[in-house]
Design a binder for this molecule. Structure first.
Ligand code: ZN
Length: 281
């Protein structure tokens, strides 16, 4: 766990990473195409993102986006439902609350990049035996096509239905504009209505990736796909390639939804030799 959340400033917008957990995942269970040769070839820059034994370090974290008028939580991590494949951290909400001035009640918008368990887990919490919205003053934005087309069977009851019952869900298009600084970008493939989040302020730009990538190694090898979890691996791969082409050799800061620290960086190099370069370097 990172003691002090990482933060980045994009013009007038502040983005903060609040970590739930980093999991060392056998890479064949997530991105099965990764080989020892890939890790050896890119060892000079991918080592922070893999364990010594070659496990993929999968960070589960929230990004909190603060602009002048809004406090937006992007993705709510895994939560502690024992039925879920990756156990979350019961202390996460306390950590998130203390990282935000005014606590969870100060959050006015929750956005889920998609409706997989590790992005919706803390949408709700249990109070007196009932599932209620975790963020009492927030509207929850889901892409309409995601709610209508993605397989949400395992998360519907705990993480979606209580929000629908409470009337706090707002269904939006995948290119929805949230504020003058923040808008959604459709990035389908991992799920049908998957979105990334573009931030632009004072001429500076950043994008929260969502699950367009699960490891920075995919910057170099976009054909690598999270095939066990991608609803449409071919489309996910095509989306990843165009996403990388659009952001390569620009000043657009990529904020990786599953990247462990340093988490943020740039796509650098010609297409055949691309790499993820940390914003700290
Ligand atoms: Zn995910």
């Amino acid at each position: 766990m990172t003691a002090i959340p990482l933060t980045w400033r994009i013009g007038d917008v502040l983005v903060m990473r609040v970590e739930e957990r980093i999991h060392g995942v056998p890479r064949e269970t997530l991105v099965p195409g990764i080989t020892d040769a890939h890790l050896a070839e890119h060892a000079d820059w991918v080592s922070p993102f893999f364990s010594r034994s070659g496990r993929l370090l999968l960070s589960v974290h929230t990004f909190v986006v603060f602009d002048a008028e809004h406090t937006i939580v992007v993705d709510t991590c895994a939560g502690v439902d024992p039925a879920r494949p990756l156990p979350g951290d019961p202390e996460f909400l306390e950590r998130l609350s203390s990282a935000i001035d005014g606590g969870l009640g100060a959050v006015d918008t929750v956005l889920c990049t998609h409706l997989h368990f590790d992005h919706v887990g803390w949408n709700t919490c249990i109070v007196d035996g009932d599932r209620v919205p975790t963020f009492p003053n927030a509207r929850y934005l889901f892409a309409r096509v995601e709610l209508e087309s993605a397989d949400t069977s395992s998360v519907h009851e705990p993480s979606i239905a209580p929000l629908l019952d409470a009337g706090v869900v707002e269904l939006v298009e995948t290119d929805h504009i949230l504020t003058s600084n923040i808008r959604l970008i459709p990035t389908p493939g991992h799920s049908p209505g998957h979105v990334s989040v573009a931030i632009e302020s004072q001429g500076e730009r950043a994008v929260i990736t969502g699950d367009v990538m699960h490891t920075p190694l995919q910057v170099a090898i976009p054909e690598l796909t999270a095939s066990p979890f991608d609803a449409d691996p071919k489309r996910a791969s095509a989306t990843r390639k165009s996403f990388l082409d659009a952001n390569a050799e620009t000043q657009c800061l990529l904020l990786g939804t599953h990247f462990p620290p340093p988490t943020a960086g740039y796509v650098r190099g010609p297409r055949a030799r691309r790499r993820f370069v940390s914003s700290e370097d």
